[in-house]
Unconditional design. Structure first.
Length: 64
């Protein structure tokens, strides 16, 4: 079972900072804001996939 302490770590902070950066930099340059948003999205999707794969692997190990 996953608890909240495992979710709220540095990965969540990086995602939040990236989102805030893309929103605030939109006033300076739309292209920079879009680039930061895409990088943040890519980072968070990579981390999500890694966690999903890890959980799936743990469930497979328990079922054996």
């Amino acid at each position: 079972m996953i608890n909240i302490d495992e979710i709220m770590d540095y990965k969540a902070m990086i995602g939040a900072v990236g989102m805030l950066s893309s929103l605030t930099l939109n006033q300076v340059s739309a292209s920079v804001s879009l680039l930061i948003g895409l990088v943040t999205l890519g980072y968070m999707m990579t981390k999500w996939y890694g966690e999903w794969h890890r959980i799936k692997h743990e469930q497979d190990q328990r079922n054996k």
